[in-house]
Design a protein around this ligand. Structure first.
Ligand code: ARG
Length: 570
């Protein structure tokens, strides 16, 4: 695997710093903010001059003097208050591109520190519809799992189904008193949701219903055979619905250990924590207090209510114990919405008190908004069910393909509609910073222009059509000579792929990869406008074909890491 430009420059900068008698670890090289001044930059001179109270520009000049540019880049330029700017030399870029074209991993090296990571994501709740609110966790978690695996980590994905919550008291009560069997046949999730909603509404006005629902829950938890059998039906019916959604999205899991799996472990866990003094009884409830954590001093982690019931946090603590016992992971990532921030802070703090050393991360995300900029996820029940949403994505994409390319065979059109429609929904999620709320807009996400899946898929399709016209694939890679600015700009983007992919995992930001792919596609289009490929002849034509082939590979690989497929035509 040849090193990325950033890695090569960093190594040389370190050598220059050492030669100047300076500490090398300050020599961070980043992509230039403005490519007019260079391709990469370093602020080492500014940082070090500040510490030593010397002139940063003079120090920059001294470092530049020791910098071995060789055939990689021009002599570093000193800019502004003491930036070092590096401009790559075209022959080196050409050589690196040639190497990249032969690399199976598109320039992404495997991590030097492979971890065993458990990713807890999607985790919808049984007997409730899986709605757009869950789509973020599913898409984000799936992409992170793919990227972590590609980076060389060992990943276990676990769908921590909400199959043991208070909703079961309500649904069980509804099942026994309000069930419409025909409706259940026709649309099980809708009927279960109706039961849940009706009982929920009745509870608001009738305390007897509240009490009855509560009793059904307790009976279930104590193993009552009738309630247990109904519960099993609820789980099966819900899972059948979820499985259909996962299949459409191409998402799967290594494990599906729902909350119910941990139920037997809860009572012993609480007893053990009380006995060890980790938890205390306060007003009849068992709690873990955090007097030493300012944000949590007033917010203990409740693990058993005064009525004996266990909580969401109790299950999460039992889950952590089980995961450590079974997999001994170095990290557990929880992909769940930002409103659960406090919950995870408490659970992680409690786990620390239990002596857990595993790295625990809450990968939080914001909300999806409707076109009216209001929450698409509401508690009132008018959620858009996920299945309808995906069907709509596919049918809108179908209409788009029909308009764009009506001659394609029907079967291929159907395939493209799925790849484009579902890809658009996934990409709309992944191209956003996970913490920002975003507006779910069909017209935007399915547009062939802008930072969308169809735009990137279309760029891939364009490249493929060049090879179809050529009548063959690239074949063996020969000498590459890039001279045109548009050729060089595209090549440099392609070489950065290996720099971007590892960055995604630093702060769980697939949007960095999405945006990089968008820039790559833009660079490709600029190149394609400026530089004729076929019939340019000789080494120019070969070099341009190498650029095209590398573009297709990087786009395909990058989208694949995001869980988005590419069609060959569209
Ligand atoms: N079922 C929960 C929900 O829908 C998400 C579970 C997240 N994972 C966890 N281990 N707590 O909100």
């Amino acid at each position: 695997m040849s090193a990325t430009p950033q890695a090569v420059l960093t190594k040389r900068l370190h050598a220059a710093l050492v030669a100047c008698g300076l500490p090398p670890e300050r020599g961070e090289v980043t992509a230039a903010a403005d490519t007019r001044f260079g391709d990469y930059q370093a602020n080492a001179a500014m940082v070090l001059a500040k510490e030593a109270k010397t002139n940063p520009r003079e120090l920059a000049a001294r470092i530049a003097g020791y910098f071995e540019a060789g055939d990689i880049c021009l002599k570093p330029e000193i800019a502004g208050p003491g930036f070092l700017n590096f401009r790559l030399k075209p022959p080196w870029v050409s050589g690196q591109l040639r190497a990249l074209a032969d690399e199976a991993r598109c320039g992404v090296s495997a991590t030097k520190n492979p971890l065993r990571i458990i990713i807890d994501f999607s985790s919808p709740n049984i007997a409730k519809p899986m709605h757009v609110g869950h789509i973020r966790s599913t898409i984000l978690g799936h992409a992170l799992a793919r990227i972590a695996r590609f980076a060389g980590h060992e990943v276990v994905t676990d769908n921590h189904l909400g199959d043991w919550g208070t909703q079961f008291g309500k649904v069980l009560h509804g099942w026994k008193h309000l069930l419409d069997r025909d409706a259940l046949e026709r649309n099980p999730i809708a009927e279960m949701t109706r039961l849940y909603r009706e009982v929920n509404a009745l509870e608001q006005t009738d305390p007897a219903v509240h009490k009855a629902a509560r009793e059904e829950l307790v009976k279930l938890q104590q193993g009552d055979p009738e309630n247990r059998a109904i519960w099993e039906q609820l789980v099966d019916l819900s899972w059948a619905e979820f499985a259909g959604i996962y299949e459409k999205l191409g998402v799967d899991f290594d494990e599906r250990l729902g909350e119910s799996f941990y139920h037997p472990a809860l009572a012993p866990l609480v007893d053990q924590l009380l006995a060890a003094g980790t938890a205390q009884i306060s007003e009849g409830a068992a709690c873990i207090f955090f007097p030493d954590i300012p944000a949590l001093t007033e917010k203990p982690c409740l693990i058993r209510k005064s009525d004996g019931g266990f909580l969401y946090a109790t299950t999460d603590l039992a889950t952590i114990e089980y995961r450590i016992e079974r997999w001994d992971p170095q990290a557990i990532w929880y992909v769940a919405g930002a409103p659960q921030q406090l919950h995870f802070q408490q659970v992680f703090a409690a786990a620390r008190r239990m002596g857990v050393g595993t790295q625990l991360e809450h990968v939080a995300f914001g909300s999806i908004l409707g076109e009216d900029h209001k929450l698409m996820k509401t508690r009132s029940g008018d959620n858009v069910p996920l299945r309808d949403l995906m069907d709509e994505a596919v049918s809108r994409a179908r209409a788009m393909i029909e308009a764009k390319n009506p001659e394609l065979p029907a079967e291929e059109k159907e395939h493209i509609a799925r790849v484009v429609g579902l890809g658009a929904v996934k990409y709309a999620e992944l191209s956003q910073h996970r913490m920002s709320d975003y507006v779910f807009s069909w017209s935007k996400m399915l547009s062939l222009q802008g930072n969308t899946a169809p735009y990137l898929q279309n760029a891939y399709v364009r490249v493929r059509s060049i090879f179809r016209k050529l009548g063959s694939e690239l074949g063996s890679v020969q000498e590459v000579v890039l001279t045109e600015p548009a050729e060089l700009a595209l090549a440099k983007k392609l070489l950065r792929f290996g720099e971007i992919v590892p960055l995604v995992l630093q702060d769980f930001r697939p949007n960095l990869l999405a945006n990089h792919l968008f820039e790559t596609a833009n660079a490709f289009h600029t190149f394609y406008e400026a530089c004729p490929v076929l019939k340019s002849g000789g080494v120019t034509e070969h070099s341009r074909l190498v650029l095209c082939a590398a573009t297709a590979r990087v786009l395909k690989q990058g989208l694949d890491l995001l869980g988005v497929q590419v069609p060959e035509r569209m």
